[in-house]
Structures are given as C-alpha cells and as structure tokens.
Design a protein around this ligand. Structure first.
Ligand code: COA
Length: 153
C-alpha cells in the first residue's frame, strides 16, 4: 500500500468524504486547513488513492510522550478490504517513530467496526464520555501503549 502526504488541494475531496462518513460531525475545510498547518511539527496526515481518487485518509497528532488518532476514514466503496487496518498500522508506526509511548483515540460507542479494528491492534477501552457527540451519543476513549514505561532498577 502506498500512502502519500495529504495536501491542501485534497481538501474538497476530503470534505465530501466527511459529509458521507461522518454526517453528524463532518470536518470542515477550515478544520483540515487548521490541522495541515501543524504538519510536520505535531501532525502527520496521509491519504491513499485508487483510480477514482482518495479512498482513505488518516491523521495523527504527536506531542511526545502522547499521541492521538485525529481521524481515520475509508470511503464506503473501499471499506472491508483491509485499508483501514493498513492506515492505522502506518499511523502507529509513525507515532512510534516520533517516540510517543501512548496513543489515544475517541470513537462513538456504537461504531462496532471501528472499535473491533482498534481492539484488534491493541487498543483498550479506558473511559466513556457521555453525550460527547451529542445527546445519547457517547464516546469511548481508547488507549494503546506503544512502549514500556521505564522501570527504575
Ligand atoms: C472504521 C474504518 C476506518 C475501517 O476501515 P476498513 O477498511 O473498512 O477496515 P478493514 O477492512 O481494514 O478491517 C479492519 C477491521 O475492522 C473491523 N471491521 C471492519 N468492518 C467491519 C464490520 N462491517 N463489522 C465488524 N467489524 C468490522 C474488523 O475487526 C476488521 O478486521 P478483520 O478484517 O481482520 O476482521 C471504516 O469502516 C470507516 O472509515 N468507517 C467510517 C468512518 C469511521 O467510523 N471512522 C472511525 C472513526 S473513530
């Protein structure tokens, strides 16, 4: 799988995916601009393309020792073929490369496929944020350890 860096001219395509994949809380153009302004200092944003354009994207915030999954999405046409796992694996590798020891994310508690993906790579449920995405829409905070904390000898 080849990923390339997300660029500002990708933003209209990305916003179109947001409206389809996250209809209740889509990222705006401004949100993407704001995130890309922090690349490469504290952000890492990549896209994957097929013949029809961008079909997946992923974004990391890394402020060692902590990192956050800012976004991960696979276009409906490409879901279920392993791309989400590939994007997440690349993000985890980048967080490690940036010497982060913990990786966090928030996911809607009813997003079973995303939660299954995160648990399969080692994320654990840490907390629930009630109504985080609106009334009755809870978020699960998940954490993955990327490195063992140093143990004093
Ligand atoms: C969540 C998402 C990124 C997964 O991407 P994907 O390319 O469809 O996932 P993959 O094909 O790589 O599958 C990876 C794992 O996800 C889980 N998964 C994927 N689709 C699933 C489904 N329909 N039901 C249950 N689990 C599913 C499985 O654990 C799967 O592993 P397996 O194939 O070994 O069983 C994608 O579905 C998506 O973008 N959804 C809409 C946006 C979203 O919810 N993003 C996450 C916000 S926190």
């Amino acid at each position: 799988m080849t990923l390339r860096a997300m660029r500002w001219w990708d933003i209209p395509q990305l916003v179109a995916h947001e409206l389809e994949l996250f209809p209740e809380q889509p990222w705006s153009q401004e949100a993407f601009w704001s995130e890309l302004a922090h690349v490469p200092a504290t952000r890492w944003y990549m896209v994957h393309e097929d013949a029809d354009g961008i079909d997946g994207y992923v974004g990391l915030m890394a402020v060692p020792p902590e990192a956050d999954v800012q976004t991960i999405a696979v276009a409906t046409r490409a879901q279920g073929n392993g791309l989400g796992r590939e994007l997440l694996t690349a993000l985890i590798d980048e967080a490690r490369r940036r010497e982060c020891s913990q990786l966090f994310l928030e996911v809607r508690s009813n997003n079973d496929s995303a939660v299954a993906l995160y648990e399969s790579v080692g994320f654990e449920r840490q907390a629930v944020r009630t109504d985080y995405y609106g009334h009755g829409l809870d978020a699960v905070v998940m954490r993955m350890r990327l490195a063992n904390e140093e143990v004093a000898s």
